[in-house]
Design a protein around this ligand. Structure first.
Ligand SMILES: [Mg+2]
Length: 392
């Protein structure tokens, strides 16, 4: 059996261009789907997939680890840059999809079978609607509360908000009080049974991240995400040690050694590895094993397209320390026209029961995809009030 071609299939989905990766074999009808979506880097990703295809077209697709090693090591530059690691991930996910299809089992059964009955989902405020999630102003605590109530009405028992605004490296109390008011309003709206998360998007400096973490600590957040830059490992560790709220990070890390350094300083309690950025299932399974040794839990980053979601859920059924999966359902209204999924979401509880189809259990409708060709993503840029560049 041989790989005959690798295609990047781009589908413009407003905030992102989903990049689906199709690995085609010489066996009639046997191909795999992966995803290598990297917002604002679509052209680079398509090119990187083309570069990688040069290495592995003609090879046996069932030798997944061997091919992963080729992709990571054989072009001299290790595959840890985010473009290369995302492209590797897209191909790796597709290879595992193929292996599941060869053996006629869901991917999670290749690794020992399901370790839980269901996977819990959380949503963004607004369900993935760009405007609601990213652009609700923090001086409008009532809108945070209303969107929180809507998430619960939609069946979710957990949701994430962007209640920490872009913040200059040092600021006074105003932004801290605004964030606190938003979280207090959401807590009042949904009660103690619902899990609330706040994503700081690495907007704060370590000093401000510490202040936000301490101010929000009394509200019992399920986790506080990226309270400072992912490069600031010691500061992440200091914040994680200073509050009872679990700190979450990891969506911007691309390889095992980066997670080793994060876990080594105890920079988080929750590892948000992204299956589509950290080298696919092959590397993610190594990262998960390392996390297990540190008793750090897994909650994958997954705001991308439907193959990423299917992969994140397959992973959840294979990993004991996995707690919850990020999901978006309102990003584009035609999401379900593009994909048919093998897993089942209970809309009353937003829990997922396992896929029973081979591989990732998904099929992509390429005719529908062609209705949404590449468009440049809308830039999301932050400038502080003095004109200096900030983090989005
Ligand atoms: Mg995030």
């Amino acid at each position: 059996m041989k790989i005959t071609a690798i295609e990047a299939v781009v589908c413009h989905a407003r905030m992102r261009n989903w990049v689906f990766v199709k690995v085609i074999t010489d066996q009639p009808g046997l191909f795999g789907w992966g995803e290598a979506t990297l917002e604002w880097h679509t052209r680079s990703i398509v090119g990187a997939i083309e570069d990688l295809a040069e290495l592995i077209v003609g090879e046996d697709p069932s030798r997944v680890e061997h091919l992963w090693q080729m992709m990571w090591r054989q072009h001299f530059w290790h595959g840890n840059g985010v473009v290369r690691s995302t492209a590797i991930a897209g191909i790796d996910l597709a290879l595992w999809d193929i292996v599941g299809k060869i053996h006629n089992v869901p991917v999670h059964k290749l690794w020992g079978g399901p370790v839980r009955d269901y996977v819990r989902l959380y949503c963004h405020l607004g369900g993935g609607n760009l405007d609601h999630f990213y652009n609700t102003p923090v001086d409008n605590a009532k809108q945070f509360a209303d969107l929180a109530s809507q998430a619960v009405a939609d069946g979710f028992t957990a949701f994430k908000s962007m209640a920490v605004p872009p913040t200059m490296p040092v600021e006074g109390l105003k932004s801290i009080k605004a964030a606190t008011a938003c979280v207090a309003a959401m807590r009042d709206a949904v009660g103690d049974d619902i899990d609330i998360m706040v994503d700081c998007h690495a907007r704060p400096s370590p000093a401000m991240g510490m202040q936000f973490a301490k101010a929000l600590d009394p509200y019992g957040l399920y986790f506080l995400e990226e309270p400072c830059w992912p490069e600031n490992l010691d500061s992440l560790a200091a914040i994680n040690a200073a509050v009872t709220t679990p700190i979450a990070t990891g969506e911007r890390l691309t390889h095992l050694a980066a997670f080793r350094d994060l876990f080594g300083v105890r920079g988080c309690e929750i590892c948000q590895l992204d299956l589509t950025h950290c080298g696919g299932f092959s590397e993610a399974r190594r990262i998960a094993a390392l996390a297990e040794a540190h008793r750090i839990t897994l909650a994958p980053h997954n705001p991308q397209g439907p193959v990423s979601t299917a992969a994140s859920i397959e992973f959840g059924f294979s990993q004991p320390s996995y707690i919850i999966c990020e999901s978006v359902h309102e990003d584009v209204p035609w999401r379900n026209d593009v994909v048919e999924e093998g897993f089942t979401v209970d809309p009353a509880t937003r829990t997922v029961t396992p896929n029973t189809r081979p591989g990732l259990g998904i099929s992509i409708n390429e005719d529908e995809v062609r209705k949404h060709p590449f468009e440049q993503e809308v830039a999301q840029r932050v400038f502080y009030r003095d004109g200096a560049v900030g983090d989005w």
